[in-house]
Design a protein around this ligand. Structure first.
Ligand code: HEM
Length: 170
């Protein structure tokens, strides 16, 4: 661990958890909001729900996702967790990122061609984000050893590589 950064671990963890709560909350709320993009509701209601979902996605959920990923990436190196459960967790995080992308894509299509849009049913997107969320929480809280998973050395041990530039000595 980089010694002088050790006291920052609780801060990174707090930032990680606050951001991922907002991110995951948004990934559950936005599919429900997408179902309200029904061309049959009044134009005024449509405008309100369109604005609300657009702002939620761009100003709240996406920044939270970025902060969660950046803080999580720092935590990998600060806590030196080069272990199988972390890599399993990252596979499930990739599913959340794909769900995030699908929501953004759907919002963009609604904006470009609102009349051609049929509101999606929320059940499948919600199930597809709930499953990885539950798996991630199980993995980070139980931290199973998953000893049967064989990983290459370069994934589990720091390479002690030399940077191309000088770094301050401790
Ligand atoms: C690229 C994305 C992510 C990365 C790189 C990442 C990485 C990490 C790391 C390295 C830790 C510290 C583990 C330790 O102290 O032993 C951590 C903690 C945690 N992560 Fe993530 N994470 C990511 C996304 C998520 C997501 C999406 C969730 C939830 C759905 C999540 C939930 C948690 C929780 C609850 C903790 C605290 C666990 C504890 O302290 O026992 N993470 N994360």
């Amino acid at each position: 661990m980089i010694d002088w950064l050790a006291p920052a671990v609780p801060l990174f963890k707090a930032a990680h958890i606050v951001a991922l709560v907002i991110w995951c909350g948004g990934l559950l709320a936005l599919p429900l909001m997408l179902t309200r993009h029904d061309p049959n509701i009044s134009i005024e209601d449509y405008r309100v729900v369109r604005n609300a979902s657009h702002l939620t996605y761009t100003m709240c959920v996406t920044p939270a996702a970025v902060i969660a990923v950046i803080a999580g990436t720092w935590l990998i190196f600060l806590r030196e967790v080069y272990v199988p459960w972390l890599f399993a967790k990252l596979a499930f995080v990739a599913m959340l990122v794909m769900a995030h992308g699908w929501i953004g894509h759907t919002l963009a299509r609604i904006g470009e061609a609102p009349d051609e849009h049929t509101p999606p049913r929320p059940y499948i997107p919600i199930a597809l984000v709930l499953l990885p969320m539950l798996m991630i929480l199980t993995l980070v809280l139980a931290k199973p050893t998953l000893a049967w998973v064989v990983l290459p050395d370069w994934l589990t041990e720091p390479r002690s590589g030399q940077l191309l530039f000088d770094t301050p000595s401790r």
